[in-house]
Design a protein around this ligand. Structure first.
Ligand code: 4NP
Length: 176
């Protein structure tokens, strides 16, 4: 009986937790996923949804833990008027419990995160970021790290597109 009450209370608590938590994931958490986090947050604020949507970012690798976003990514974002914050961290298994939507930037990131999922519920939370783009055909956000400035601009283009798509998706599926 006590167990039933506990289960019911926890189901009720998750129904009452209205904030949707979104996590952006790339390899190093210094280029693409911080761009995702900062550009998406800007769009969420502009849409008046900051009370209902929260976001963060992480990397599948731990090479750059604690570092600020890459200077070239930061320059591309600031040039477009975005604030840039963040310190790199590595994806952790508990992120499956903390985030409703986990958005991977490329196929390697997707495979890595899916391989860490331990249930269908966890697998269902993981989606490719580009699934939400409506103005681009790309199926991955290309890694800009070893390329020139144009790669960082293209990351920002894709992320602006996909972020608008995620907001539209959350409005529809969560009635925001
Ligand atoms: P990100 O880019 O995954 O978009 O943060 C990279 C950052 C660092 C490295 C590769 C990609 N790296 O090899 O150090």
């Amino acid at each position: 009986m006590l167990r039933l009450v506990n289960v019911t209370l926890s189901a009720l608590a998750s129904l009452m937790e209205e904030t949707c938590h979104v996590l952006f994931v790339c390899l190093g958490n210094i280029c693409r996923s911080p761009a995702g986090e900062n550009i998406f947050r800007h769009q969420v604020t502009e849409s008046g949804l900051s009370d209902c949507i929260a976001c963060d970012s992480a990397g599948t690798a731990g090479y750059h833990i604690g570092k600020s976003p890459d200077a070239r990514m930061t320059k591309a974002m600031r040039h477009r008027g975005y604030q840039v914050t963040g310190g790199a961290r590595q994806f952790a298994p508990d992120d499956f419990n903390r985030f409703d939507l986990i958005l991977t930037m490329d196929d390697d990131n997707y495979r890595d995160i899916i391989s860490q999922a331990r249930s269908n519920d966890q697998r269902k939370r993981v989606r490719c970021f580009t699934d939400f783009c409506t103005e681009h055909e790309e199926t991955e956000v290309p890694d800009p790290y070893y390329g020139g400035d144009e790669g960082f601009e293209f990351v920002a283009d894709l992320i602006e597109d996909g972020s608008a798509g995620i907001i539209a998706h959350l409005r529809k599926t969560r009635g925001l």
